[in-house]
Design a protein around this ligand. Structure first.
Ligand SMILES: Cc1cc2nc3c(=O)[nH]c(=O)nc-3n(C[C@H](O)[C@H](O)[C@H](O)COP(=O)(O)O)c2cc1C
Ligand code: SF4
Length: 500
């Protein structure tokens, strides 16, 4: 081995210092584990801190999730936030709050839980993980989003409510040329378990990238479900072929709703250019079409695999994206007809409260549900070697994940998280989380100052974009947004000059 090291040409350190080179390689390999289990303190691990992972695991397993001795957070630092409770708490909070999704254009409205499983495809997830999550959804009466990888038999085995997501690859309703196939869509969307459908425009971890399932994970079975060649990288295009303007997007949504027999249809996106939410609402106003819901995904959201630059630096974080979409809908007087959901690192009652106070009707979680069924944040999801079987297609690795056991855990995590939300809501004096308002959340901006959330973000009053858009901070974006084109109407700098 020494001779091999000495003469090999690929590794600089090993070529000069074979022994030190191997020690370094071993330390490099073990680094994530040493950091996670030995070095990291309770609040610092990423993407999920030890405290967050522990909370999800404890709730999922039904062991004690209470915390002794007081908070470990530094309540004096910027970014700390808290809920303003009331001297007069509510004695009877709703412990299973639900929200009806569907408007006057919908024939089969759906009563959704306030916490659901966010989109993750079979392919990115193993068969056993999909089975477990769907069983959890069935036991806990919440929904399970298929992700863009198609509707598989594993989604249907346990009878949990399904939201069928279609991305730009139209997997599961895909014609041979890669375009949308209405017949296939109609047949599958008619399934009783499919409660709603969803058009994926983008996700926070990799906006504008489409989907990538690495070749190692494209087994023959996955390829058959998706309608693509096996053992090759499976790439969803960056954009949709079924529409190219906001108006066409609304028309496509209406077509999906019709084809599904009037089930609610939604859009999922991570917000990028700020005029785009306004272009979407202008298209709703112009066509009269109201999608039933919009899911805003934060730039902090998860993925099976994505380029680091996109995960780190592209896409609006959830708080800003959610408020912007909320303002577009409320400002255009559409919020009652179009529900709003949020996803991005939600794992606790506080995450739910924070997003709902800022305008979300419900939240979705992806990685927290992965943690609930056994994920240990080893971060090997893209390699096909997940040690817990959550994201590996290898039967030997999936063996560790017993769907009947882990499905119950997903349901328990859901139930206990809603109970924690009910504690927060009751403490603030309310029965239903929808009663939370932005000013119930206080946000520390520095060591000496904290402000209610409605002074951190702007929250528009109903209809103001129709009556007096120039009185809002969004005047230039509103003016630039077009119903017939995703591009802004004109150079934004000149729009700003005109309206200010
Ligand atoms: C393994 C994995 C696979 C995902 N696959 C999809 C997908 O197919 N479609 C989609 O819209 N989002 C997908 N996402 C993003 C999630 O649905 C969600 O929007 C994002 O992870 C934010 O939620 P989280 O922070 O609770 O994980 C995936 C996320 C993960 C972790
Ligand atoms: S255990 Fe690791 S590899 Fe498996 S799903 Fe969780 S983070 Fe991904």
């Amino acid at each position: 081995m020494g001779l091999h090291d000495w003469f090999q040409r690929g590794w600089t350190v090993t070529r000069n210092f074979p022994i030190a080179g191997h020690i370094r390689a071993l330390a490099y390999e073990l680094r994530p584990y040493l950091r996670a289990y030995i070095v990291e303190d309770d609040l610092t691990g990423t993407p999920y801190s030890f405290e967050a992972r522990n909370l999800v695991h404890a709730r999922a397993r039904g062991i004690t999730d209470t915390h002794p001795f007081g908070t470990e957070r530094d309540v004096e630092t910027a970014d700390y936030h808290w809920v303003s409770h009331s001297i007069s708490p509510c004695d009877t909070p709703d412990t299973d709050p639900r929200i009806v999704v569907g408007n006057s254009q919908t024939k089969q409205p759906y009563s959704a839980s306030i916490l659901n499983i966010s989109a993750m495809s079979f392919g990115a997830l193993s068969a056993n993980a999909v089975r477990a999550l769907n069983l959890g959804a069935k036991l806990g009466r919440f929904y399970h989003d298929t992700g863009e990888g198609g509707l598989s038999q594993y989604h249907l085995e346990n009878g949990g409510d399904i939201v069928w997501e279609l991305g730009s690859g139209y997997f599961g309703a895909r014609a041979k040329d890669g375009t949308f196939d209405p017949e296939q869509f109609r047949d599958k969307a008619a399934h009783d378990q499919v409660k709603m459908t969803e058009i994926k425009l983008s996700q926070g971890a990799k906006p504008g990238h489409g989907g990538l399932l690495p070749a190692a994970k494209v087994t023959s079975e996955i390829a058959a479900i998706r309608g693509v060649p096996a053992h090759q990288d499976c790439l969803s295009p960056r954009g949709h072929k079924a529409f190219s303007t906001p108006i066409e997007m609304m028309e496509f949504a209406a077509k999906m709703r019709d084809l599904s027999g009037g089930k609610p249809v939604g859009l999922k996106l991570c917000i990028g250019q700020p005029h785009e939410p306004f272009a979407m609402v202008k298209a709703m106003l112009e066509t009269g079409i109201r999608p039933d819901f919009i899911v805003v995904d934060g730039g902090e959201g998860g993925t099976g695999a994505a380029p680091l630059e996109l995960s780190d630096w592209v896409g609006m974080p959830l708080s800003e994206g959610l408020v912007l979409m909320r303002n577009a809908l409320v400002g255009a007087g559409l919020k009652e007809e179009v529900r709003l959901a949020a996803s991005g690192k939600v794992y606790s009652g506080m995450g739910l409260a924070l997003n709902i106070a800022q305008g979300a009707d419900w939240c979705n979680a992806a990685r927290a549900f992965m943690l609930s069924i056994g994920c240990i944040q080893a971060q090997r999801c893209h390699l096909g070697t997940c040690p817990t079987g959550v994201t590996s297609q290898e039967p030997g690795r999936q063996r560790g994940l017993v769907p009947e056991v882990q499905g119950e855990r997903a349901a328990r995590f859901h139930r206990k998280t809603l109970a924690a939300l009910a504690d927060i809501v009751a403490g603030a004096g309310f029965a239903h989380p929808q009663e939370l308002e932005p000013h119930h959340i206080m946000h520390r901006t520095g060591p000496e100052k904290a402000e209610p959330m409605d002074r951190i973000h702007t929250f528009l009053p109903k209809g103001i974009l129709l009556d007096a858009p120039n009185d809002t901070i969004y005047a230039d974006w509103w003016a630039a947004a077009r119903a017939d084109n995703f591009r802004p109407a004109t150079d934004l700098a000149s729009v700003r000059a005109r309206v200010r």
